[in-house]
Design a protein around this ligand. Sequence first.
Ligand code: GLP
Length: 267
Amino acid sequence: MRIYKARDYGDMSRKAANILSAQVILKPNSVLGLATGQSPLGVYRQLIEWYAKGDIDFSEVTTINLDEYIGLPPDSPQSYQHFMRENFFSRVNIKDVNIHIPDGLQIDALGECARYDAVIRGVGGIDMQLLGIGHNGHIGFNEPGAAFEKGTHLIALSERTKKANSRFFKSEGEVPEYAYTMGIRSIMQARGILVVVFGEDKAEIVKRAFCGEVTPLVPASVLQLHNNVTLVGDEAALSQMGDGGDGNEGSAESAELAYTDEHLNLP
Ligand code: GLP
């Protein structure tokens, strides 16, 4: 695992945007797994700026978003579809046909999850997955206890996540109960994973996820088993990580851990 310590949110966003941008420059038809939330927002802003300057081209890029609330129309300001269009897609030259987000209005859950997994397979898998981490260690909407071997599935949001995400709604009561999320299996099958974390309130979960036991109770801890993870965080978020986070490779121990199907009990 590589850990990069950033001075602040802006620095974190630039460092992460540089990594994504390098991915797209080296492979113009990259498949990018994308996330919502405050953590990746600055990354999108930076990429938009570089696109406007002519430094990066998204015309061949495909995007796969992690998750979507169930029951919110795509034009609802709180839907992830809306978040992504407002904050990224409408400001760069990604083709509409190459944008993929679970359909939160689809009531045939099994069908929608199977469709989304087929989309991921159909584009050849994800080259680089951008991730934030929830306060309880969730990635996408894989809440504590989520089975590591799942593909896309329907989940019930935990009370903690509903509370955390209520900042985007008028009240907690308006936060949807359910969401579709890519599963941990799909996330772990990405060829590279880029995690962005900022703020002191993430410090404890970041330590548990990357220095603690690998357990479904802390979904992000599974990332320790992936052999190509880059963690970019500001000083506050990385403050409990001990000697790591100095801009160098992570510990030999984590670097040597290779992700194999055996770890996840995959077919
Ligand atoms: C939501 C998203 C996650 C995101 C998390 C943390 O629950 N489903 O993908 O990582 O929020 O968001 P933030 O970066 O705003 O803390």
